[in-house]
Design a protein around this ligand. Structure first.
Ligand SMILES: Cc1cc2nc3c(=O)[nH]c(=O)nc-3n(C[C@H](O)[C@H](O)[C@H](O)COP(=O)(O)OP(=O)(O)OC[C@H]3O[C@@H](n4cnc5c(N)ncnc54)[C@H](O)[C@@H]3O)c2cc1C
Length: 565
């Protein structure tokens, strides 16, 4: 049986940061369901935040202002100690990336360039043109190869094995061989990314099914604040490929069909650079009022930035527009619409990335250590992955050096793998049944129609009923083929179970939370209600049911006040 000291699940930025910071004396491996360089991190465009204070006008930035912006942006649901920790570590994190070889864009004179981003009181987003995720992921991958990190690619983790509150390893589906088998590990770190593909319109990669979050939930770890789903204001109309916030950071305007810069009505001082929740709602409101183009989209106008700046700072965006919309933003405004983008909620972990299960850690987008609260600021997620990925690797290493081995863990792991094998056999042995891709289409429609940017009780109740009905249909799924190698159908069936869990938890949290906060907008409760709802939602899988509880928010320096931009 394969056995590791530390098993990192996920080859995106959080996973690679965790692997690189793990103690080199330990046996460390990364499992990823796709090649690491195909992880969604590679698509990150606009940049990564840190208070380097590299503005040409000589103003000074501080990590404290970065922390304040993050907390205000979160609509005061962030745990303030954790937000402070991330922002304080941000500065060293960027210089470390630079020294590892990340080719950041530069200002004249050579310092790392920084651009304005939404909800930030200072231009503090470091970038490499509009391909920031790509360059950081490639750099960390090269470093991992150099450090001889072991990779198991095209392996899907299907189950977390936990006994008596302690993590023993995982069960995987090795796509390359078509085998189901256990992997023993003294510590497991999940860095499995987001779940955007539960929505019809999303900027996320096709692989972003969120199964890691669902697997942790079934393993007994609570999910936190899942009702907070970020919708990005600007995705390319019809295709939903992201058009980075950096386009507005560089000075792009949002315009409705009357030619108005309508953000003046919604966020008069921050305008296009208000936080994402506010801009996404403003765009959707304009479309709903009939001020959209084709009743579906608005325009992001970059023409006034000029050809040279667009080509230098936003080359990827220009390419996307030419290839996927047949237009050049140098000459034509970009048609945009909001789309699901990021998951603020996730696996409940503390600021050491530790969960309630001994030896089990999580970092990156799948985790929720409560930095982003009810709304994440652009540029803070890449930062979160590198800062907390690293912490996860260090903490897991400390744990492994102290923990004692569970004697009969191999037997327990083999039993669990057998159970997973039996499930696959069951799916294969049915001659007829439901097809998972059809169930997925239905699930996406429910989430998009009923659990989107604007929410209300009637829709959420109906969504919950329909998700639960889908659960019944899921019991009847079967597999068409008989080959176990590279079966995308098997992958989808495994992951769909997690998607059902996640969507149920998102919807339940949204239904219960009778207030509006950050990305969670209730048409029937339009105000934030700190008296009753300044708390985190926790949902735990117990006896086959989701159980809801709440826990307090850590407030240090910043008293919650109304958010104005
Ligand atoms: C288009 C786009 C642009 C963005 N731009 C920015 C930006 O400019 N700045 C910013 O701060 N943020 C940005 N974000 C957000 C940010 O990129 C992501 O939140 C972050 O990269 C997530 O990294 P991660 O390591 O947590 O997960 P990912 O990079 O998504 O990696 C997840 C990994 O987990 C593996 N995996 C998942 N499930 C399983 C399983 N069951 N078994 C085995 N392996 C599994 C996958 O193979 C993958 O390797 C952007 C997001 C998108 C979608």
């Amino acid at each position: 049986m394969i056995s590791q000291d530390i098993l990192v699940v996920g080859g995106g930025l959080a996973g690679l940061a965790a692997a690189l910071s793990s103690d080199p004396q330990l046996k460390v491996a990364v499992i990823s369901k796709v090649h690491p360089l195909r992880s969604h991190s590679v698509a990150a465009q606009g940049g990564i935040n840190a208070a380097l204070g590299n503005t040409p006008d000589g103003r000074d930035d501080s990590w404290e202002s970065h922390a304040f912006d993050t907390i205000k942006g979160s609509d005061y649901l962030a745990d303030q100690d954790v937000a402070e920790l991330m922002c304080e570590k941000a500065i060293t994190a960027i210089y470390e990336l630079e020294h590892l070889g990340v080719p950041f864009s530069r200002f004249p004179g050579g310092v790392i360039a920084q651009r304005p981003f939404g909800g930030a009181g200072f231009p503090r987003t470091c970038y490499a043109a509009d391909r920031t995720g790509l360059v950081i992921l490639h750099t960390l991958f090269e470093q991992s190869i150099k450090k001889q990190v072991r990779f198991y690619n095209e392996w899907l983790v299907t189950r977390l094995v936990v006994r008596d509150g302690k993590c023993l390893g995982v069960v995987v589906y090795d796509l390359t061989k078509g085998e189901i088998m256990p992997v023993k590990a003294r510590s497991v770190i999940f860095a499995t990314g987001g779940y955007g593909r539960v929505y019809q319109r999303t900027t996320n990669a096709y692989i972003n099914h969120g199964s890691g979050i669902g697997i942790a939930y079934r393993g007994g770890v609570p999910l936190k604040d899942m009702e907070f789903v970020q919708f990005h204001p600007t995705s390319l109309y019809g295709k939903n490929i992201l058009i980075t916030e950096g386009a507005r950071g560089e000075g792009g305007y949002l315009v409705n069909n009357k030619g108005e810069r309508f953000m003046a009505d919604y966020a008069p001082s921050a305008m296009e650079l208000a936080p994402r929740d506010i801009v996404a709602r403003a765009i959707q409101t304009e479309i709903d009022k009939g001020n959209g183009f084709e009743g579906q989209c608005l325009h992001l106008d970059l023409r006034h930035l000029g050809e040279a700046k667009i080509k230098k700072r936003l080359p990827g965006i220009r390419e996307i527009c030419i290839d996927f919309a047949g237009l050049d933003p140098v000459e034509t405004p970009i048609p945009i619409q909001p789309a699901q983008h990021y998951s603020m909620g996730g696996i409940d972990v503390d600021k050491k990335c530790a969960s309630c299960v001994e030896g089990f850690y999580a970092a990156g987008e799948c985790a929720c250590m409560s930095i982003h609260g009810a709304n994440r600021l652009g540029g803070n997620s890449l930062l979160d992955t590198v800062v907390f990925g690293r912490i996860a690797g260090e903490e897991a290493s400390n744990y492994v050096k102290e923990c004692e081995e569970t004697g009969d863990s191999e037997k327990i792991l083999l039993d669990e793998a057998l159970k997973v094998k039996r499930r696959v056999e069951e799916w294969m042995n049915k001659d007829s049944g439901e097809k998972v891709h059809k169930l997925l289409i239905r699930l996406k429609a429910i989430m998009s129609d009923k659990v989107g940017i604007f929410r209300e009780k009637r829709d959420l109740t109906e969504a919950l009923e329909r998700i639960r009905a889908l659960r019944e249909d899921y019991k009847r799924v079967n597999i068409s083929g008989s080959c176990l190698r590279y079966s995308q159908e098997i992958v989808n069936i495994f992951e769909f179970e997690s998607m059902l869990d996640l969507t149920e938890v998102i919807t339940l949290g949204a239904l219960n939370r009778e207030e509006t906060r950050g990305s969670h907008f209730r048409l029937d409760f339009r105000k934030r209600n700190d008296r009753d709802w300044l708390k985190h939602t926790l949902v735990t899988w117990k006896e086959g049911e989701p159980q809801v509880s709440y826990k307090g928010v850590t407030i240090n320096k910043y008293k919650p006040v109304e958010r104005k931009y």
